[in-house]
Design a protein around this ligand. Structure first.
Ligand code: A3D
Length: 320
C-alpha cells in the first residue's frame, strides 16, 4: 500500500517543523509548498538528509507548484505571516485572508479529498475562510488551536503540581485568542478535577487563576521572547497529533476549531470545541454542558470569532 501523502502549505518555521515531525513519525511522504523559491526545496533536502541518521522511510519534496500537492491525504496550512511583538493575532487578518484565498483554491483544484488542518492566524476566522474558498466538506476542514492551548495549560499545571505532563489532562475551548476558555472543571490530574486539587491543598485558587491567565497569554509570551516570529515547535507537534488521528483513524478526542452546527447552542460557525477525529475527519462535535460562568466566557469568545468572520466578509465580498 502506498504511503499517505502529506502536503504542507507554507514552509516557514511551523512548516519545516511539521515536515521533520511527519517523517520522523513515518506518517507519510511529505510535500513542502511555499511561494518563496528555494526555501521549501532547501528544507525538504535538509530533512531528507537526516533520514539515514534518523532511519525513517519517507520521501520529501519542496515545491512552488500546487500541482505537486495533487492527491494529498492531509494538507496542513501555515501559509501567511506570523505575529511580531505588539501585534495581536487579529492584526494579521487582512494579509492572511488573501493568502487563504490562494491556498483554498490550490487545495480545491489539487487535493479535494484531503483532511485540511489550518494553523494560520487569526485561526478561527482563517479556517472559516479556507473552508469557504476551498469548498471542501466542513468535516474535512479544521483549525488547530485547542490542542496547543491545552498543551500549554497541561505543561504549566504539571510544573505547579510536580507531576508528569502525561498525567495532566486539560480542556481549552472557544476562539484561539485572548478570550479562549481554559475549562478548569474539566481539567484533571490523574482524573482528579482541578477544583478538587485546590480543596486538597495541592495549589491555591490564586495560583490556578495565574496559570489560566498564562495559558491565555501563552502565544504572546513566546512572541515576546523570540521577537522575530511566533511559537512553532508546540504548534507543529499539536497539528501532527491531529493529522495522525485522521490518518490512523484513532478516534482521538481532541479540542479543535471545528464547524459547529447545532451543538453548544451554536448555528453554523467555526470555534474551538471538543471533537472526535478519525478517518471521517471531524466525526463528532462533543456537546458538553457548560456551567453559567463557563457559558458566559464561551459566549464572549464566540462573539469575538463572529466579529472576525464579519471583518473577513467586509474585506472580501465573495465571502458575504
Ligand atoms: P513563517 O515562518 O513566516 O512561515 C509562513 C510561510 O508562509 C513563509 O514561508 C511564507 O513564505 C509562506 N507564505 C506566505 N504567503 C504564502 C502563500 N500565498 N502561499 C504559500 N505560502 C505562503 O510563519 P510560522 O510558520 O511561524 O507561522 C505560520 C502561521 O501560523 C502564522 O499565521 C502564525 O500566526 C500561525 N500560528 C498559529 C498558531 C495557532 O495555534 C493557531 C500558533 C503559532 C503560529
Amino acid at each position: 500500500m502506498a504511503r499517505p501523502k502529506i502536503a504542507l502549505i507554507g514552509a516557514g518555521q511551523i512548516g519545516g517543523t511539521l515536515a521533520h515531525l511527519a517523517v520522523i513519525k513515518e506518517l507519510g511522504d511529505v510535500v513542502l509548498f511555499d511561494i518563496t523559491e528555494g526555501v521549501p526545496q532547501g528544507k525538504a533536502l535538509d530533512i531528507a538528509e537526516s533520514g539515514p541518521v534518523e532511519g525513517f522511510d519517507a520521501t520529501l519534496k519542496g515545491s512552488n507548484d500546487y500541482a505537486d500537492i495533487a492527491g494529498a491525504d492531509v494538507c496542513i496550512v501555515t501559509a501567511g505571516v506570523p505575529r511580531k511583538p505588539g501585534m495581536s493575532r487579529d492584526d494579521l487578518l487582512g494579509i492572511n485572508l488573501k493568502v487563504m484565498k490562494a491556498v483554498g483554491e490550490g487545495i480545491k483544484a489539487n487535493a479535494p479529498d484531503a483532511f485540511v488542518i489550518c494553523i494560520t492566524n487569526p485561526l478561527d476566522a482563517m479556517v472559516w475562510a479556507l473552508r469557504e474558498f476551498s469548498g471542501l466538506p466542513h468535516e474535512k476542514v479544521v483549525g488547530m488551536a485547542g490542542v496547543l492551548d491545552s498543551a500549554r495549560f497541561r505543561h504549566f499545571l504539571s510544573l505547579e503540581f510536580g507531576v508528569s505532563m502525561r498525567d495532566v489532562t486539560a480542556f481549552v475551548l472557544g476562539g484561539h485568542g485572548d478570550t479562549m476558555v481554559p475549562l478548569v472543571r474539566y481539567s484533571t490530574v490523574g482524573g482528579i478535577p482541578l477544583p478538587d486539587l485546590v480543596e486538597m491543598g495541592w495549589t491555591s485558587q490564586e495560583n490556578l487563576d495565574a496559570i489560566v491567565q498564562r495559558t491565555r497569554d501563552g502565544g504572546a509570551e513566546i512572541v515576546g521572547l523570540l521577537k522575530t516570529g511566533s511559537a512553532f515547535y508546540a504548534p507543529a507537534a499539536s497539528a501532527i497529533e491531529m493529522a495522525e488521528a485522521y490518518l490512523k483513524d484513532q478516534k482521538r478526542l481532541l479540542p479543535a476549531a471545528a464547524w459547529v452546527d447545532g451543538q453548544l447552542g451554536l448555528k453554523g460557525m467555526y470555534v474551538g470545541v471538543p471533537t472526535v477525529i478519525g478517518a471521517g475527519g471531524i466525526e463528532r462535535v462533543v456537546n458538553i454542558k457548560l456551567g453559567r460562568d463557563e457559558q458566559a466566557m464561551f459566549d464572549k469568545s464566540v462573539e469575538a470569532v463572529r466579529g472576525l468572520v464579519d471583518a473577513c466578509k467586509n474585506i472580501d465580498s465573495t465571502l458575504a
